[in-house]
Design a protein around this ligand. Structure first.
Ligand code: F6R
Length: 609
């Protein structure tokens, strides 16, 4: 939520940084702004709306060069997304400018105190108090003032700070919200995420929580909030610039849907070591897994749905009882977790505030946390006892697609790994499972090849004002995820339900104006799903069914079908169902003319509670 980019070095054109900022737009896109220093003056431009609108406004300055600048794209928390509330924010004397990602929880109290002291506020934001606090403490050194100001703040904040009085410095601060420092040939950078600096820097330093950096053209110094210096840990950037581009696809979402077969192949090649699963950073012993009692899973949104699939797996394959919670609920539950239990968290970004809060409390109690995460260097990856990366590459479309199937594939491998340690499956069963998993990328490609068919179906179904997604067993989470994908990018109300629950309420919704998506693979619950479809048909509901090839019975009951290969182990079918439902949601939204990569009100990486 909110993207920060900052630069100090050899003078560089504004347009370059607007490009960089655009690669952070997935984090929030309701308003944006820039500030640069030139001739000891602040040059500030802000506006509501997206970065292309700011670029238009700045057309006369686009080749302007600044030796230092900070840039921001906002997802509003405090105050409407208008020009005044957009970042950067400044102090009364317009000598200090800051950009912020996070929330200052005690801003009202601080604001009242600062107003009493004579400070003049112009915006409704929590961020502006930081600029005035820095002003209050500012004598000669910007870093001293920042370090005093942040001690007064409660909440989460990643900050970029500059002052026209010290144009040779860029200050970066991190508490709770992510921030990296990029090391480039012509200067140094700060950013909320790596894609912003890909063309400029090949090396990065991940600022840790409660660290502050004083960045100059040719030097970087990091200090802990308590004042002690911190050694620079420089890491190579592993992502290629083209990984963060749309290439020839109309949207990032569509590109990412198409990347899934390759992502799953990569996961298998990294973790399946000749029929023995190997996780280099799992950091939990065989003995721990043998004596494991209960598993708790906490995650949000799409990652929660991947966790739901894992729950079915862990119960069926490992003989473990699993409790699953949205992280925002988990963090406030009073659970009797013991040291023989394990908390698994799942997160694409590794920065989701609720998921981080969930692990912090548990870790304090000495309980092990294993995380499934996509972003190397993220807070979740650093704070967990064990980590398994999903290696899906940057996911820029706000609606999660490839990260979801990457999470499921990784979690299936984890379940097989645990099951072997607990001897709840045989070596042969494991080999069979891995063999079938290796076929999944090819099967996904078969579904992707039906894109134009799915596009036609989506056109037909985009007229419905409401949708039910029904699934059973391991495809109940697929129904939840299908409904989430549809509602977040098409804004059509959609509910995911276990099909068996239909008669307990949702059936009242069904008539000829509602679309019902029935996930009906030929597994042991198939007959029951067919009965549900009969009930929907009898009430004139319009059915789109996800079926296996050659399933005439389900096809006869449906108005449209998406066909998929039948697996020997239908427990893996969520990996196929997801692809069909993602394409369906994509084309419904496209047909309705929505902004698919940046749906309204949403932002990727929810770094506030
Ligand atoms: C939906 C979506 C969100 C995220 C959720 C968790 O398409 O993207 O529901 O899944 O915000 O984010 P991460 O996985 O980064 O913790």
């Amino acid at each position: 939520m909110c993207g920060i980019l900052g630069y100090i070095g050899k003078e560089a054109k504004l347009s370059l940084f607007l490009d960089g900022l655009s690669r952070l737009e997935y984090r929030g896109y309701d308003s944006c702004g820039v500030v640069g220093i030139k001739d000891r003056k602040l040059f500030i431009q802000k506006r509501p709306g997206k970065i292309h609108e700011l670029r238009r406004e700045l057309r006369d300055f686009i080749n302007e060069k600044f030796p230092v600048g900070i840039f921001h794209t906002r997802w509003a928390t405090h105050g409407k997304p208008n020009e005044v509330n957009a970042h950067p924010h400044t102090d009364c004397k317009q000598q200090i400018a800051i950009v912020h990602n996070g929330i200052v929880e005690n801003y009202l109290k601080l604001k009242q105190e600062l107003i009493k002291e004579g400070h003049k506020f112009v915006s409704e934001t929590d961020t502006e108090v930081i600029a005035h606090l820095i002003e209050k403490f500012y004598k000669k050194s910007l870093e001293d003032a920042v370090s005093k100001a942040i001690k007064k703040l409660k909440g989460s904040f990643a900050l970029g700070v500059i002052s026209k009085n010290e144009p040779e410095k860029l200050i970066a601060v991190r508490k709770g919200s992510p921030l990296i420092i990029g090391l480039g040939k012509n200067g140094n950078f700060i950013a909320s995420d790596i894609p912003a600096i890909l063309p400029f820097a090949k090396e990065v330093v991940y600022l840790k929580d409660e660290e502050m950096a004083v960045i100059k053209k040719e030097s970087i110094e990091i200090f802990h909030f308590k004042g002690s210096p911190v050694k620079l840990e420089i890491e190579k950037v592993k992502i290629k610039p083209e990984d963060a581009e749309k290439n020839n696809f109309a949207h990032f979402m569509l590109k990412e849907i198409h990347e899934q077969p390759e992502v799953l192949r990569k996961i298998l090649s990294l973790y399946d070591n000749k029929n023995a699963i190997h996780f280099p950073q799992i950091n939990l012993s065989e003995d721990f897994f043998k004596h494991l009692k209960n598993v708790f899973i906490a995650a949000c949104g799409t990652a929660y749905h991947a966790g739901y699939v894992a729950k079915y797996f862990l119960e069926a394959y490992c003989g473990l009882d699993v409790e699953l919670d949205a992280s925002s609920e988990f963090r406030y539950r009073r659970l009797n977790i013991t040291k023989n239990d394990l908390l698994i968290t799942i997160s694409q970004s590794g920065e989701t505030a609720d998921t981080l809060a969930a692990i912090r409390d548990i870790k304090e109690r000495g309980i092990k946390v294993l995380s499934i995460c996509n972003v190397i260097g993220s807070t979740l990856a650093k704070e967990s006892d064990g980590i398994i990366f999903t290696h899906a590459g940057p996911e820029i479309g706000v609606a999660s697609t490839k990260a979801y199937t990457a999470q499921i594939m990784t979690l299936i491998l984890l379940c097989l790994y645990i099951a072997r340690m607990r001897s709840s499956i045989s070596a042969q069963e494991m080999r069979n499972a891995l063999k079938e998993l290796s076929l999944i990328p090819g099967y996904q490609k078969e579904i992707l090849a039906k894109e134009s068919e799915i596009k036609k179906i989506a056109k037909e179904f985009s007229k419905f004002g409401c949708f039910l997604f029904l699934g059973r067993g391991i495809n109940y989470p697929s129904a939840l995820e299908g409904a989430l994908k549809l509602k977040e990018i098409s804004y059509i109300p959609a509910e995911g339900y276990p099909a068996g629950e239909m008669k307990h309420g949702p059936i009242a919704l069904i008539d000829e104006y509602r679309g019902v998506v029935c996930i009906a693979p030929k597994d042991f619950l198939y007959e029951k799903m067919i009965s549900n479809m009969q009930e929907i048909k009898a009430r004139k509901g319009k059915i789109l069914a996800i079926v296996n090839y050659g399933d005439n019975e389900a096809e006869r009951l449906s108005d449209a079908v998406i066909r998929m290969p039948k697996l020997k182990n239908q427990n893996f079918s969520p990996l196929l169902v997801a692809v069909g439902l993602q394409l369906f949601a994509y084309y419904v939204a496209k047909n309705l003319g929505h902004d698919i990569d940046q749906p309204r009100n949403l932002a990727k990486s929810v770094t506030v509670e």
